[in-house]
Design a protein around this ligand. Structure first.
Ligand code: SIN
Ligand code: MN
Length: 202
């Protein structure tokens, strides 16, 4: 197994896991994904539009609207999600398991004003599989809380190329993104941040 740079509240933080060349290649793959499955703005179950735009690759895509948070086999336009790019699968293979691939690669796009409130990832059937997250583009202030809502939290800046693995006792830990720091990366020509989260769904 690959040793993380450090651990914070059970989250394995792999700083600079992807070098610039690998980030550029990944971005190229993601352009194909977004061309086939355009970004959209989901609504929370309470009807509020999320500030993050998203799409997915894989057997399942994560989705939300007035009917709740869930996984769907199709993009809202009716098409199946495109396959998870091989370079993305390779990161999972290196850090989680070469034997069982992820079912979903959620692609989140943060513009300068986007954020993501503290939440748990709990729409999956089997919490023994970790969630793996890849950061690309502008820096993000990532906040880690506790197994239940509330209590003290700790934050760290995630940079382009960093990978986080949330598993074991930390699989259901609350986490979120307070803000991004615009202009901190030149990876995306128009700025912003992309976060990929890979999950086993069923
Ligand atoms: C998420 O928790 O779904 C996204 C985390 C991130 O953007 O770093
Ligand atoms: Mn999450």
């Amino acid at each position: 197994m690959v040793t993380p740079s450090f651990r914070l509240r059970g989250f394995d933080i792999h700083k600079e896991f992807l070098d610039r060349e690998a980030q550029v290649a990944l971005l190229d793959d993601l352009r194909d994904v977004v061309a086939r499955a355009p970004l959209f703005s989901p609504r929370t179950p309470r009807g509020k539009p999320m500030s993050v735009r998203m799409t997915s690759a894989g057997t399942y895509g994560w989705y939300s609207d007035g009917a709740g948070y869930r996984y769907e086999r199709r993009h809202p336009d009716g098409q199946p999600w495109p396959p998870i790019p091989e370079r993305v699968q390779a990161i999972w293979s290196a850090l989680v398991s070469p034997n069982r691939g992820p079912d979903c690669c959620l692609v989140n796009f943060y513009d300068a004003r986007a954020r993501m409130g503290l939440h748990q990832d709990r729409d999956e059937a089997d919490f023994s599989w970790p969630v793996l997250s890849v950061s690309l583009g502008d820096d993000a202030l990532f906040r880690i809380g506790n197994a239940t809502r509330g209590g003290k939290t700790e934050s760290l800046w995630l940079h382009s190329g960093d990978v986080v693995v949330m598993g074991g006792d930390a699989r259901l830990t609350y986490h979120g993104v307070d803000r991004i720091r615009p202009g901190t990366s030149t990876l995306l020509p128009d700025g912003g941040r992309i976060n990929l989260t890979l999950r086993v769904v069923d």
